[in-house]
Design a protein around this ligand. Structure first.
Ligand SMILES: [Zn+2]
Length: 253
């Protein structure tokens, strides 16, 4: 099994311990995800030092207000380093009250990083929180830069938006919140099977019954079981499917 999205640089995470236990946790690979320049740099180093760790580089919308031209240039430089498999996570986050100015800044750095991905031939990992309409508009307006594919990480837009993202060729990556009681799972069967991925978003979003605890990559198995059940697939077949999909998306041999 692969965890398609984890934050191993996060201070709540003991990356060394997680990496040492990968074999016993039946984890073949973890994709570490960048959220700022500092942890993107650390992610590149972590991937260089550990065979089964790959990484993305990028600036999360949450940090939009402090982004400078210099920081974007650093992401551009990091994008060409070994084992960098995508630009992310990037996107829009309107969950907390933000000013119009910050919204504009989020949009601007989202678009600039989409262009960096295109320049380096990399796919994009998208963070979207309470901002689906604007994310869709930006993706449509910048379609010419999406030639290497994109995934909706922690897909949480439910039935209302899945068809739009599906039509745009998106991958759908599911995390612990797909296991929560009130989550809409009715559309899962309508997705293309070859576009489904699973992830933990560790240390966030631990799946049921661990909800509220610090999440870890090994819990990707719990989320996988839930999605496999919805698709009426065996866990073995589902593991083979998502392993193939994640490797295809991130272009890992
Ligand atoms: Zn994340």
């Amino acid at each position: 099994m692969i965890d398609a999205h984890a934050h191993l640089i996060d201070s709540k995470i003991d990356a060394e311990n997680i990496i040492n236990n990968m074999a016993s946790d039946k984890l073949d690979m973890i994709i570490n995800i960048g959220t700022c320049v500092k942890d993107s740099k650390k992610g590149v180093k972590l991937a260089a030092e550990n065979e089964n760790i790959y990484t993305t580089v990028g600036i999360h919308p949450e940090y939009a207000s402090s982004v400078t031209e210099q920081k974007l240039q650093t992401i551009d430089e990091l994008a060409s380093r070994d084992k960098v498999v995508a630009i992310g996570e990037i996107g829009l986050d309107y969950h907390y009250e933000i000013t119009e100015e910050i919204v504009e800044k989020q949009k601007q750095i989202f678009i600039e990083q989409i262009k960096i991905a295109h320049k380096h031939g990399l796919p994009i990992v998208i963070h979207c929180r309470d901002a689906a309409d604007d994310v869709i508009k930006i993706l449509k307006d910048n379609k010419q830069f999406l030639t290497n594919g994109f995934c909706m990480h922690c897909y949480s837009e439910g039935s209302r938006y899945y068809q739009t993202f599906k039509d745009m060729g998106s991958y759908f990556s599911f995390t612990g919140n797909i296991t929560y009681k009130k989550t809409d799972r009715s559309y899962l069967k309508n997705l293309d099977k070859d576009k489904i991925m699973v992830e933990t978003d560790s240390p966030y979003l631990a799946p049921e019954p661990l909800r509220g605890t610090i999440n870890a990559p090994k819990n990707v198995w719990i989320t996988a079981q839930k999605v496999a059940d919805e698709l009426e697939m065996s866990l073995t077949d589902f593991n083979n499917l998502v392993t193939k999909n994640i490797k295809t998306f991130y272009r890992i041999k």
